[in-house]
Design a protein around this ligand. Structure first.
Ligand code: NAD
Length: 292
């Protein structure tokens, strides 16, 4: 029996309504939720990404602007720009388009992200708050999208569920693992250094793959009737490919997200939700985010 499709586009459409309503309330108070996307250089993939954000913003009442630096912009310039945006009272959310050019170190740059406007959870302060389970942090949009899709799955009661997360990056794998642990799931995180990946993934009721390796997850690595969330997005010959060998895994799993049309559309909506949350918390006049 073919797996049920966990449809990210349908979920995104559903979630957009509530966020758009919150934006409307803010606008009646004279606050226009605004996201600034910091782009260093300009490659085709990042331009396409920005277009996707503009479209998601238009549907949720969030203004999306691009703050551009030249491809050879140095760390000081990025930090200065982040500080300026942090101090700008009409900006509510800031993200740094990744991957950054190789000469920029994401760790040091992320520390300059204004925490209260850090709508993709990049600043270590927000990451630390997530690890503490404080509930006040802004959490990266993709992990939130994974959780929203799981919420609509057969495994929505996550307590005691065995989850395997492939990938441990600070933007996807690790925050997904932390969010799942906070829900009392039993979490195994595997990565490039893991031996015999399949023996781990096969034990999982829920498999979340965020490796960025097309076709990494094959049918024989998936437990029968598992729920499979594919975060991977890699362009191969101009086409977007996930980590999961979709056709064969869909014959084994109970539920599966497609690529495209799974995690991606939900991620954009979650990001807009974070911008609206930041605007609700801080309004047009709060500007000293570094102190919060
Ligand atoms: P990353 O390169 O920072 O991290 C990849 C992780 O996967 C690492 O922990 C690495 O150890 C692990 N990994 C790599 N190859 C592996 C292998 N063969 N076996 C086991 N583990 C392996 O990437 P990232 O930023 O975390 O992104 C992961 C993927 O998710 C990428 O394809 C990226 O484009 C995609 N992504 C999608 C969205 C979305 O909205 N859909 C958002 C962010 C990232």
């Amino acid at each position: 029996m073919a797996a049920r499709i966990l449809d990210g586009r349908a979920l995104a459409a559903e979630l957009r309504g509530a966020i758009a309503e919150r934006s409307t309330v803010l606008r009646t108070r004279g606050i226009v939720p605004r996201l600034e996307v910091v782009v260093v250089g300009a490659d085709a993939a990042s331009l396409a990404y920005v277009r996707g954000l503009e479209s998601a913003g238009a549907k949720t009442g969030v203004e999306v602007r691009v703050a551009r630096l030249p491809a050879d912009g140095d760390e000081g310039q990025v930090r200065t720009l982040l500080r300026v945006l942090g101090d700008d009272p009409v900006v509510h959310g800031v993200i740094l388009q990744q991957p950054l050019p190789a000469h920029l170190g994401i760790r040091r740059v992320a520390e300059a992200m204004p925490p209260a406007k850090d709508v993709d959870g990049a600043n270590p302060l927000n990451f630390g708050r997530l690890a503490f389970g404080s509930g006040t942090e802004l959490v990266a949009a993709t992990p939130l999208a994974v959780m929203a899709l799981l919420e609509r799955s057969e495994r929505s009661a996550l307590r005691g569920v065995r989850v395997c997360v492939v990938g441990r990056s600070s933007v996807v794998g690790l925050p997904v693992a932390l969010l799942l642990l906070a829900r009392d799931a039993t979490v195994t995180v595997v990565h490039r250094g893991t031996r015999d990946l399949g023996s781990r993934t096969r034990e999982a009721d829920v498999l979340v793959s965020a490796a960025g390796v097309p076709g990494l997850v094959r049918a024989d690595m998936v437990a029968p009737r598992a729920t499979v969330i594919d975060v991977g997005t890699t362009y191969v010959d101009g086409a977007l490919r996930g980590d999961v060998a979709y056709d064969e895994v869909a014959r084994v799993a109970a539920e599966i997200t497609p690529v495209p049309g799974g995690v991606g559309p939900v991620t954009n909506v979650m990001l807009m939700g974070n911008v609206v949350t930041a605007a609700e918390r801080h309004g047009p006049t709060a500007h000293d985010d570094r102190a919060s």
